[in-house]
Design a protein around this ligand. Sequence first.
Ligand code: ATP
Ligand code: MG
Length: 488
Amino acid sequence: MPIYRFSMGSLYVKVLTVLWMPEPAKHLLLVEDEAPLREALVERLSEQGFVVVEADSGERAIEQLAEFAFDIVITDLRLPGLDGTGVLEAALLRYPDIVGIIVTGYGTVKDAVEAIKRGASDFVTKPFQFDELLHALTSALERRRLKAENAYLRSQLQERYRFEGLIGRSPAMRDLFQMLETVSASASTILVTGETGTGKEVVARAIHHNSPRRAQRFVALNCSAIPETLLESELFGHVRGAFTGAVGLRQGRLEQANKGTLFLDEVGTMSPAMQMKLLRVLQEREFERVGDTHTIKVDVRIVAATNSDPQKMVAEGTFREDLFYRLNIIPVHLPPLRDRKEDIPLLVQHFLKKFSSQDPIVGHRAPEFTISQQAMRCLMAYAWPGNVRQLENAIERAVALSGGRTQIETSDLTADILQASRPVVAPDVHLPETGIDFDQYVSRIEHELIRRALEKTGGNKEQASKLLNLKRTTLVEKLKRLESSGGP
Ligand SMILES: Nc1ncnc2c1ncn2[C@@H]1O[C@H](COP(=O)(O)OP(=O)(O)OP(=O)(O)O)[C@@H](O)[C@H]1O
Ligand SMILES: [Mg+2]
């Protein structure tokens, strides 16, 4: 091609490197209940360079899809329990760009049309030659590659899984949506807990916007951002001359939120004196402005939030127990993102859409961003200590760094995110001639890792589980098993 005549040596080298970069292996989920056929396919597909994971049922496939961003799913249509259509639907819901191939035992046009209508890339009819399947697979991959540039993720899908700006479809988030729907209608006080960046403020706003108070104000007060003396006048207001600098009468946030919702953020940082004053408001719904004796009555719904463990604070004596019970009428807990990995793809789509449409060049349509499955895998393997906020920042950064491309690649992610998905270097394992007891050996390694994590964190199970990227409950279970087996 004459236009690609390179005169600059360095550019030539660069183009060559790009051309010669090996394509990362494609990850494939194979769902087939007939063991002999499954095993034969695994062997042939692996020979072709695919990294194959097998599932012998639809249910098992769903679990695997929740944990890992596959490039391809090949599924038998007829399966005991959940069938291939269900598997395909779940796969596409999570990863709109996944290549889905249906294997059907019924070579009718109807089956084929139905599968394609539901989003399958192609289908093969049993019995088939392996080459037939391979052909369907490679041409589907090629079609996807071609369409990748302008294919936009089916943003509509996510609409069904959100609650006023809250995205998620993990069991934990579904429970949350259901709960929010019921509690929003009431006027009861709510205490939202969860690590930083899990969405506590979004939840507070969602509660207000779904409550009968939505036409009134949502007033937020961050208790940790304001010095103690000012906090009181921020909350209750003050009269002229109440303290040096109080030049005029000022309404506090409580009054501003009358008939509406007051969001008390970082409520755990309040001083004992302020805690007592807040307790009175919660009990009596009345207060006085600073420097005044006149009592004001308010009708306010209070939603409080904290990222520390309030029960622990009560036990330690830093938070009043009576105030805790008054605030904790309806507890809402937001689990950390690492415990609801399956929400990551949906959140990524949401943020891609959000940041693609920001600041488009005047007169141009904003580019629509997609993400490679490899990059998605990195995002899913990472532990997200800063939760959804950190994920949001990572996507914003990736979009900003993507240059002219419209697909986010692993190179747009930060080193610590990439690090998490790198395979761990295998420890020095010695296999003696006489053999080993596999289970015992593996559990010894498990125990050693847990022991070291606990040692590092001074016995703190919460932190140790973060260090191992395990759920806290999983760590506790493993510990229990370790104790009952007499320890390592
Ligand atoms: N489920 C979600 N869906 C969509 N966006 C979310 C979700 N959860 C959090 N976010 C986004 O993540 C960011 C952090 O959320 P938010 O401020 O509510 O966290 P927080 O729990 O109050 O954190 P902190 O304790 O640090 O104040 C916000 O930009 C918010 O829009
Ligand atoms: Mg917050």
